[in-house]
Design a protein around this ligand. Sequence first.
Ligand code: ATP
Ligand code: MG
Length: 564
Amino acid sequence: MSNNETTAPTNFIRQIIDEDLKNGNHGGMVHTRFPPEPNGFLHIGHAKSICLNFGIARDYQGGLCNLRFDDTNPHKENQEYVDAIQEDVRWLGFDWDKRLFYASDYFQQLHDFAVELIEKGRAYVCDLTAEETREYRGTLTEPGKDSPYRSRSVEENLELFARMKAGEFEDGSRVLRAKIDMASPNMNMRDPTLYRIRHGVIHHQTGEEWCIYPMYDFTHPISDALEDITHSLCTLEFENHRPLYDWALDNISIDCHPQQIEFSRLNLQYTVVSKRKLTQLVDEGHVAGWDDPRMPTIAGLRRRGYTPASIRTFSDRIGVTKSDNSVEMGMLEACIREDLDANAPRAMAVLHPLKVVIENYPEGQVEQLTTATHPKDESMGTRTVPLTREIYIDKADFREEANKKYKRLVTGGEVRLRNAYVIKAEQVIKDEHGEIVELRCTYDPDTLGANPEGRKVRGVIHWVSATEGVPAEIRLYDRLFNHPNPDGDKEVESFLEHINPDSLLTLTQAMVEPSLKGAKPGDRFQFEREGYFTQDKDSTTEKLVFNRTVTLRDSWAKIEQQSK
Ligand code: ATP
Ligand code: MG
């Protein structure tokens, strides 16, 4: 095992692999795969699987990981998802080189293996209706009954299967089933369906070539074996499919027999990680699309300002185990906060602007103040921030009166403008409704980089030049759901009832410092005292748009603490 710094922490799967390597199993190879179905965008749960599978390939000598599209349900799949999945895996920092496959690449081989099973008397064509099949299957406590078609001759089965393939039968009229054991305590072993008929769908890879499609449980083990996969890692719900996985490989002529190992799915609080539910959010317009920054999709997290490294760190920290766990959103947020604290350039943005006129500052003067881009990282250099007679500060940073605990500006009091001078609030201008519309201040020209003598300033506030600054729209995001487990709450009919109506707050009047004019969509910043933000692709030359990635501190932790 290589010991470079990107090596992920060990877990029970890596321990199994270590043991296999020691014993020379699987020819001393480590070959994994990530097998998404292209029926939606990838989400943070998939990121766990990607980091696990590709991480193992990265960390073990000679390790390989395939990207394989598990594309056997063409009516739910499309090329847009195929493309998005590739973009997201690559963005996460993983590469499959030439090892990109589709289960549909194997349709002919899968068909031929099905014929082999029929020839061996281990598969048969069944004409039961879906409802009858359910009745015959039995229950968890009662054995099933054999289908009356179970005893068909090999010849008849071969002929019927050929006619299914040739398109002679309607959807649902017949299936090919494995002949295993209708009394098995494992329901998956009660003559599971191997092939079904589906007319009238155009498969994104194979077009109209096929009208019979193999089932996942038949396709998956064979695809793994054809690709020489050594360890087939999947989530726990497939644990009781493992006997079928092994049965398929044991009953056909194939040498490779990958080892299926199950691990627990990631569940993240205050969101849902199921493609079906995410599809519903998109289709019903509860969000603006798969890459809506509130979505737990990779595309949504990217647009929200998450970095690939922060998601990889998160995957490492949650670990890989067999026990189901529900991870706090705060854990994901902590990962991006740490990354951006260390790496995001600083800038100033005023979200709720209040105009300040510095009366003793020369009209027309623009003073370019040189400022560190990052307080703890000199290598990031400096930027210039222009100061002018008219500036904006945040409404929350001024009160007409306040006690000493208020570390901001009050009438007659002084604060330092971040990286600039000390100003004093002299006079408030109000409109006819009594709303403060402007603040008149004075500044002390001797306080640039020096404390005023003999007096104390209350604190430091951020600001932006009113004449040199740039207007911006700022989108503040909160959790998409206001319930920690929207999916699992039995009290409500639908998880949609837990949608947080205040998950997006758009501020259209914000001002940002002019150095941000050169930023590109995807660039990330800390807006001092406000949080971490990224430029959104909706930005135009007239108006910059920023998404808040995460606040500076975990405000939810505090709320949850208080409510205890
Ligand atoms: P969904 O229920 O969201 O559709 P899925 O498992 O059907 O998920 P696939 O495209 O089949 O989605 O998943 C590809 C791989 O990602 C599988 O190996 C699956 O086990 C894994 N995966 C999916 N969701 C999670 C999750 N929440 N945590 C860990 N791994 C996951
Ligand atoms: Mg699936």
